[in-house]
Design a protein around this ligand. Structure first.
Ligand SMILES: [Zn+2]
Length: 419
């Protein structure tokens, strides 16, 4: 077999295998970093920036073999100076060039489709370095809890225990954050390892104002992560600090670290909610922003508010059923389908058919019914939403482990609690 053919076959095999797998990204933190080590890491990100900007400033340079480039010109003020790439491995350089080519291709496609596109600009910071090939650009040592990165050396890492034995390790990204250096490792796990015993068949979600979620089984979930006092203090200090001073850049760094902390809290709250919802076979929610979701689909979701949660719901759950965005759900009686006119202050829906329910719970039930495509007759069994002991236990275990999530139950003892 020729080499090209072999590569093609391997790619095909990988593609087939991926169908039975799901990607999971694990975050590892680089630990015990000496000053020397930190300097080396800083230099790596700096070199990555130099190299990227060198390529961007003259795109013809992309035609040369990227891995062979050892010297680049860097603009310092108005003049160009030569800089040597000491730490950037050949694989890493190749990856930077490949990523850039991909971006250019995407841009020209947009242009073809009539979109206005600008030119790629040089970057002020590079905060991530892709390590594409496991075993070449990086390698994990599970016995000694270390990672070896091409040309950067070996580092102690925290968090390796998260990666299960049956994981197929793929690419990684070295990330520089205000709180330190991290490795985001993408692994592929068999799909069936996700399947736990479901605690319920299907659940409907009504997203309320702010962060409130009401589930069709009567659980209300609320999470709110405010800006911290420390953040406010730092913002004040920054406003007073002299421009260009060392003090100012120090405060900026502390501020970035504080932002990161808050983002992590939000993300953790989301993770817990998703983990709980994953215990159901089907999850139904209102699809009110399809366009944004498709934009986010596949990419990392940065938003940490409710929009981010919805997008992650869509991407991470095995069988979410979105209900169409123009379906009126909140104003409709769950039992007879009569449309009501509720104002925001009406917390309860009271229908002539005798149905009386918390309005959000009613909406969650309507969403569930529509999502499952049930006719009013078929939905009869749903009209008495019950919270099973299993659900109550699971919600306490998963949601209760995050201090920013508040859980309340609208249903006590198996029958709807009506105010
Ligand atoms: Zn009714």
């Amino acid at each position: 077999m020729k080499k090209a053919e072999r590569i093609k076959n391997t790619l095909q095999e990988t593609k087939e295998r991926r169908k039975t797998q799901r990607p999971v990204v694990f975050q590892l933190k680089l630990q015990n970093l000496s000053k020397q080590r930190i300097e080396k890491l800083k230099r790596a990100f700096l070199e990555a920036k130099w190299f990227y900007n060198w390529l961007v400033s003259d795109l013809d340079r992309l035609n040369r073999p990227a891995n062979k480039v050892g010297m680049v010109e860097v603009k310092v003020g108005d003049v160009f100076e030569e800089r040597e790439l000491i730490i950037l491995g050949s694989q890493i350089k190749q990856e930077i060039a490949d990523r850039l080519k991909d971006n250019l291709r995407a841009l020209s496609k947009l242009k073809q489709n009539g979109h206005k596109v600008g030119q790629l600009k040089p970057k002020k910071f590079v905060n991530s370095i892709a390590l594409k090939q496991y075993g070449v650009s990086y390698k994990l040592d599970f016995v000694r809890n270390r990672v070896r990165i091409q040309k950067l050396g070996s580092f102690r890492v925290l968090g390796l225990h998260q990666i299960p034995d049956n994981a197929e390790i793929a690419n990684a990204v070295l990330v520089s954050k205000p709180s330190g250096y991290y490795l985001h490792v993408t692994c592929y796990l068999p799909k069936d390892s996700l399947q736990k015993e479901p605690i319920g068949e299907a659940i409907g979600i009504d997203f309320g104002v702010g962060y409130k979620l009401t589930l069709s089984n009567g659980i209300k979930i609320d999470y709110e992560i405010h800006e911290t006092q420390k953040l406010k203090r730092l913002q004040k200090r920054l406003a007073r600090a002299k421009k260009g001073s060392n003090n100012r850049s120090k405060i900026r760094h502390l501020l970035r670290r504080e932002y990161e902390k808050i983002t992590n809290r939000r993300r953790d709250a989301q993770n817990k909610i998703l983990a709980f919802l994953r215990l159901y076979d089907k999850v139904v929610f209102q699809d009110d922003n399809v366009k944004n979701w498709s934009k986010l689909f596949g990419g990392e979701v940065h938003s940490s508010g409710i929009g981010g949660l919805k997008a992650r719901l869509r991407n991470s759950l095995a069988t979410p059923i979105p209900v169409g965005r123009f379906e009126p759900t909140t104003q409709e009686c769950f039992i007879c389908g009569k449309k009501h006119r509720l104002s925001l202050s009406d917390r309860v829906i009271q229908c002539e058919c005798g149905w009386r329910q918390d309005r959000d719970l009613n909406a969650a039930l309507v969403i569930l019914k529509k999502g499952l495509g049930l006719s009013p007759n078929q939905a009869v069994g749903l009209d008495r939403p019950e919270l099973t002991p299993l659900e109550r236990k699971a919600s306490a275990r998963i949601l209760g482990s995050n201090p920013y999530i508040r859980v309340s139950f609208l249903i006590e003892g198996g029958s709807p609690l009506l105010q």
